[in-house]
Design a protein around this ligand. Structure first.
Ligand SMILES: Nc1ncnc2c1ncn2[C@@H]1O[C@H](COP(=O)(O)OP(=O)(O)OP(=O)(O)O)[C@@H](O)[C@H]1O
Ligand SMILES: [Mg+2]
Length: 356
């Protein structure tokens, strides 16, 4: 069943068009991540779904029913924000159950619902404390608990983890994933963190400047980015982009460097066409037998722990490679990198679009 339909949604503030026609259809149980840099319209879209902002055009349907005319509290959604204001003078128990209390849910039933959610979030022992007696991560759990207890059709999250430190963020991320696997509720989650998007989403909508640049599974976004923008937004270090020109079955990279043009593209790419060759840092291998090879001169070597990040130059162009940590490499060294054909991404230099 279709859980959430976003149909041609637009939003204008005065002269400025913040959302330029967004279309997404979500099946029940999906975890959609809206990913994009600051100001691209993520929160605006979420707020329109929640009923906190008005759409200038288009429709939003929850469970097949248009909700644009419905009050936020009648939309069967629950939202968790980045700044989760808890009531400081109420216990954790009452904070979580506050919405139910407002709806005059009987105390015994409320208590059962609160305890069930607290168990799920592993904060049962904290129910009698005040928010000031909690850590940041525990407070965030309470905020999530307050949303969970309502058992909505759709959860909306707007950067719920961005106030937490790196370690806690990672823990809470895993926690959210576990929750989603258990509850199977439809979720829409806003972030500009590509790791969060990759790890949590069943589908990612990469947004840019009020539009969806690509909508796909994490695998599709990572392995077949539709545009140069998506290619560099997801992945760290980002995908290497090399300016190249097709010439006689080769991709010329400048000076004496070239790679054979993979067979799949031979019919699609005319000689002289300006292209961008994309290669992920982790796709560059030192095993010369692994595929066509290019030579590069090592400039900087950085050990991050799990991998060795090597910056190198091919003529005037720069690339980065993520290699096994025990590779013996030093600045100034000449290296030969092998690249498997299916690790090559080709984009039109002018339009930035992927060449299929
Ligand atoms: N009330 C408003 N009036 C005018 N412009 C607004 C209003 N709210 C948002 N905008 C503009 O709309 C654009 C999108 O804002 P939005 O908050 O959706 O971005 P975002 O993707 O959530 O960014 P961030 O990652 O920084 O939270 C921005 O350029 C913003 O300045
Ligand atoms: Mg925002």
């Amino acid at each position: 069943m279709s859980a959430l339909d976003i149909i041609g949604v637009r939003k204008t503030y005065g002269e400025i068009e913040t959302l330029k026609g967004i279309d997404i259809a979500l099946e029940s149980g999906e975890f959609l991540v809206l990913l994009g840099s600051s100001g691209c319209g993520k929160s605006t879209l979420l707020n329109i779904i929640a009923g906190l902002a008005e759409a200038s055009g288009g429709d939003v349907r929850i469970g097949g029913r248009s909700v644009l005319a419905a009050h936020p509290k009648d939309r069967d959604i629950a939202m968790v924000f980045q700044s989760y204001a808890l009531y400081p003078n109420l216990s954790v128990h009452r904070n979580i159950g506050f919405g139910l209390e407002m709806r005059k849910v009987p105390a015994a039933e409320r208590d059962r619902a609160v305890r069930e959610v607290a168990k799920l979030l592993q904060i049962e022992a904290l129910l009698d404390r005040k928010p000031s007696q909690l850590s940041g991560g525990q407070r965030q759990r309470v905020a999530i608990g307050r949303a969970l207890v309502r058992k909505p059709q759709v959860f909306l999250f707007d950067e719920p983890l961005s106030n937490l430190d790196a370690k806690l963020r990672m823990e809470m991320r895993t926690e959210l994933k576990r929750l989603h696997q258990m509850l199977k509720t439809t979720m829409v989650y806003v972030t500009h963190d590509q790791i969060e998007a990759m790890t949590l989403a069943t589908r990612i909508a990469v947004m840019r400047d009020g539009r969806i640049e690509q909508l796909g599974t994490p695998e599709e976004i990572y392995n077949r980015p539709a545009t140069l923008y998506v290619a560099t937004f997801v992945g760290a270090p980002p995908m290497n982009l090399l300016d190249t020109v097709a010439d006689g079955g080769r991709l010329v990279l400048g000076d004496n460097a070239a790679l054979p043009l993979p067979q799949a593209w031979k019919d699609r790419v005319r000689d002289g066409r300006r292209l961008v060759l994309g290669i992920r840092p982790e796709a560059l291998q030192l095993d010369a037998a692994a595929g066509p090879a290019i030579s590069a001169t090592v400039e900087v070597v950085e050990l991050t722990g799990p991998e060795l990040v090597v910056s190198a130059s091919i003529g005037r162009q720069r690339i980065m490679a993520c290699l096994p940590p025990r590779s013996r490499i030093a600045a100034g060294q000449r290296l030969t990198f092998a690249v498997e054909e299916d690790a090559m991404h080709l984009f039109d230099a002018e339009s930035g679009l992927r060449i299929a």
